[in-house]
Design a protein around this ligand. Structure first.
Ligand SMILES: Cc1ncc(COP(=O)(O)O)c(C=O)c1O
Length: 423
């Protein structure tokens, strides 16, 4: 079979959803060896070879962009070549593979994503990033002047700005819940939301994990609160899917959007918007093309934004397969274990200010910290200069642990921080 044929069979469009079990029966080349036990370092060391970042560099900035493993990069590359080599052969017949994204529902891919996050394929819409999902919801939801949208004071611009635009245009009101600086228990977040609700509140919107301090919000409890009060609930999962286990049905929100190009290790420029079936009719189409008024095929109506890059979708498919094969629970446990190790180590160093809460339910793989008297960017640059450790440094350091990281890299981080904290 040549490369083109391989692609045709690998990614042939079929009407049926592909379940996680079917996917497991056709493993990709990654991570074939099962770890003997949860903390089998040799398994993770072997898995590290699937990533292209040079071995002497430690990458800890997944909160901005995840590092895609080889099968993902290969899927994109192969498909790009396939498109460019075979454009002239494309006669548009329905049994021939498409060369562009934007005009077919991508049912198989949506089914795989649905399996991964615990919903149905027609509840999954493909976007280009989290920001697009947020805007589709904020723009598409009918609200009246004076209606309140309650969100946190820790929103990323891509989780909030659509609500600000709506407020400016239509007179809705955006109100913020303050997440305490010295947060020590999830109850405090739920209580803060409860206290901020008013009879005018219509929408509750919050990040599942905040982008700065990496605080894990008690999503299920906040959504339950929204449901009790009849509010529309929207969760920004940009930092969550791939970092922690996410089951959108279990969370119960009306909407959930995320960027697979972060913790799911997918190609850059991919996004997902989930809308529960029974609320889809509440959301107007924002970007419209042929199928904008198609109410029979679920989220396809919200995927009408014209031509985009099909090769990236093949990479997204490979990323879901890769993460499914390694195992989302195993990935989440590894990420959390590394994160906790870093926080434990940092909390023992005099002069270090740990900004991420230490309560186990409030943190996972993201840790923000600083050293007294030192700019975050100085700490960032020293970590790179001394040990080739890449963190994000402004305003303080944010260090994200993923499956391509290990305890040795964290020990090296702690060693550098210790030396700098001594002055
Ligand atoms: C919580 C949160 N929401 C939204 C976004 C925006 O993501 P994107 O640029 O992929 O749309 C980010 C990006 O860092 C984020 O951390």
């Amino acid at each position: 079979m040549d490369r083109r044929e391989a692609f045709r069979s690998m990614f042939a469009l079929s009407g049926a959803w592909v379940s996680a079990r079917e996917l497991a029966a056709h493993p990709i080349s990654a991570a074939s060896a099962e770890p003997e036990q949860e903390d089998d370092e040799s398994y993770w060391a072997r898995l590290r070879w699937q990533f292209l970042i040079p071995r002497d560099q430690a990458y800890f900035n997944t909160g901005t962009l995840g590092a895609s493993p080889r099968p993902v990069v290969e899927a994109v590359r192969e498909h790009l070549l396939f498109v460019e080599e075979s454009l002239a052969e494309w006669d548009y017949s329905p049994d021939k593979p498409e060369r562009l994204a934007g005009y077919r529902p991508e049912e198989v891919l949506r089914g795989r994503i649905a399996d991964f996050i615990g919903c149905d394929a027609d509840e999954v819409g493909l976007t280009l990033n989290a920001t697009m999902g947020m805007n589709f919801v904020a723009n598409g939801l009918d609200l009246e002047e004076g209606d309140e949208v309650l969100l946190t004071d820790r929103e990323h611009g891509g989780g909030r700005s659509g609500w600000d635009v709506k407020a400016r245009r239509t007179g809705t009101v955006v109100r913020e819940v303050k997440i305490p600086e010295d947060l020590s228990h999830p109850d405090e977040i739920v209580e803060a939301f409860e206290a901020a609700l008013t009879p005018k509140t219509r929408v509750l919107a919050f990040p599942h994990i905040t982008s700065g301090r990496g605080i894990v919000l008690p999503a299920r409890r906040l959504v339950a609160l929204a449901r009790e009060r009849g509010l529309f609930s929207v969760v920004d999962g940009a930092q969550a899917v791939g970092q922690i286990r996410v089951d959108v049905r279990e969370i119960g929100s009306d909407a959930y959007f995320f960027s697979p190009h972060k913790w799911l290790l997918a190609p850059k420029g991919t996004g997902v918007l989930y809308l529960r079936r029974d609320v889809q009719e509440k959301i107007w189409t924002t970007l419209a093309s042929y199928q904008w008024d198609n109410h029979d095929e679920g989220m396809y109506r919200l995927m009408q934004y014209g031509t985009h890059n099909l090769s990236l979708l093949r990479g997204l498919e490979a990323a879901v397969a890769f993460m499914s094969q390694v195992g989302p629970d195993r990935v989440a446990a590894r990420i959390r274990r590394l994160g906790r190790y870093l926080r434990d180590g940092l909390s023992e160093i005099p002069g270090v200010v740990l900004e991420t809460p230490t309560h186990p339910d409030l943190a996972a793989g993201m840790t923000r910290y600083g050293v007294d008297g030192l700019e975050g960017t100085t700490l960032q640059d020293e970590l790179w200069k001394r040990r080739r450790i890449r963190v994000r440094g402004a305003p303080s350091v944010r260090q994200c642990t993923h499956i391509y990281n290990n305890f040795t890299q964290l020990d090296e981080t702690l060693e550098v921080v210790r030396a700098l904290a001594r002055g």
